[in-house]
Design a protein around this ligand. Structure first.
Ligand SMILES: *Cc1c(COP(=O)(O)O)cnc(C)c1O
Length: 322
């Protein structure tokens, strides 16, 4: 029996629905209707996609009686920062275990982590194995003192967290219907996979399998990870949907979290034509990658494409565009 996603335990944290509208200037220039879903405007900190995931993840943490939330990431992790913001609101302590590589000073998200009162712990490593080992060590210390810890893996990309993006598609289904458009393609950045997985599930549930494209900003095998996460997320709500078409294309330049100078013109163009900020780690790469694919004919005869803006602006205050 399929449970309704609406009945699934969730703590409201963001201001939803986020805006959905057509990018008029870009659409004229590109000769296609390009729509945007503004999850960068979700009302927590500087916005971003992790809030929808955290609505489910922190509901689970609360239900289990946890008072401390651990998560992991790079030094400039948007996910860690938003976990700090959301945990603080719920009266929970956030411990952020971050990879030391790439720390270039107390900038960007690290400033916000402090404002939200998180405990930031750096591990001098490049490997998440070390980060998770340190997390386990710190969590067992806190448990010995009587705390109850909840561990959220990098990016919050578990099946539970992915439900947040099925919820996002549910909103877009209503918003696109109200605007009288049929969406032909959904595009987002793929960093740890949960967002794209949720979009794929949501598309099957609410948009008759509108094709989903993930633009990879890291080089993990998302072709496998994303459908696997989508099916496990579906199982949580007792659904067995036929997932619609899904493709991955990669556009990370010289590597994850390294700004790609080739993308700068697209970032500046969107800022100057629509007043929208993209970031150099995720959305700038995904947006520039999407435009490149559009020019190559990837979207065929698609008339309406929606780009899901997943946030990330704090990185603009931590690194140069390149
Ligand atoms: C985390 C993140 C993404 C990627 O989402 P995943 O669910 O990890 O694939 C995209 N954009 C921004 C700004 C992010 O912080």
């Amino acid at each position: 029996m399929m449970k309704d996603l609406q009945q699934f335990p969730r703590i409201p944290l963001g201001v939803y629905p986020t805006p959905f509208y057509k990018l008029e200037a870009v659409s004229r220039k590109e000769g296609v209707n390009l729509w945007i879903k503004r999850d960068d405007l979700c009302g927590v900190a500087l916005g971003g996609n992790k809030v929808r995931k955290l609505e489910y993840l922190l509901a689970d943490a609360k239900a289990r009686g946890c008072d401390v939330v651990f998560t992991a990431g790079g030094a400039q992790s948007n996910h860690a920062m938003l976990t700090a913001a959301c945990a603080a609101r719920l009266g929970m302590r956030a411990v952020l275990v971050l990879k030391k590589r790439g720390v270039s000073g107390h900038l960007g998200n690290l400033v916000l982590d402090d404002i939200f009162g998180a405990q930031v712990h750096f591990v001098d490593t490049d490997s998440y194995d070390d980060v998770y080992a340190e997390t386990a060590r710190m969590a067992s210390e806190l448990e010995a003192q009587g705390h109850k810890c909840y561990e959220i893996p990098v990016g919050g990309s578990t099946p539970l967290g992915s439900l947040g993006y099925a919820q996002c598609v549910r909103e877009m289904a209503e918003q696109s219907a109200a605007a009288g458009v049929r969406l032909d393609h959904i595009v987002s950045a793929t960093g740890s996979g949960g967002t794209t997985a949720g979009l794929l599930l949501g598309s099957a549930l609410y948009l008759n399998g509108t094709p989903v494209l993930g633009v990879g900003v890291d080089n993990d095998p998302f072709e496998e990870i994303v459908p696997y996460l989508a099916r496990d997320a579906a199982a949580l709500i007792g659904a067995e949907p036929n997932l619609g078409p899904f493709s991955m294309r990669y556009h990370f330049g010289s590597g994850y979290a390294v700004p790609n100078p080739e993308d700068t013109p697209a970032i500046l163009d969107l800022a100057r034509s629509e007043g929208i900020l993209l970031d150099p780690v995720y959305t700038g790469k995904a947006y520039a990658g999407m435009l490149r694919l559009l020019h190559e004919g990837f979207f065929g005869g698609a008339e309406n494409i929606v780009f899901v803006h997943t946030g990330g602006a704090a990185a603009l205050f931590a690194m140069d565009l390149g």
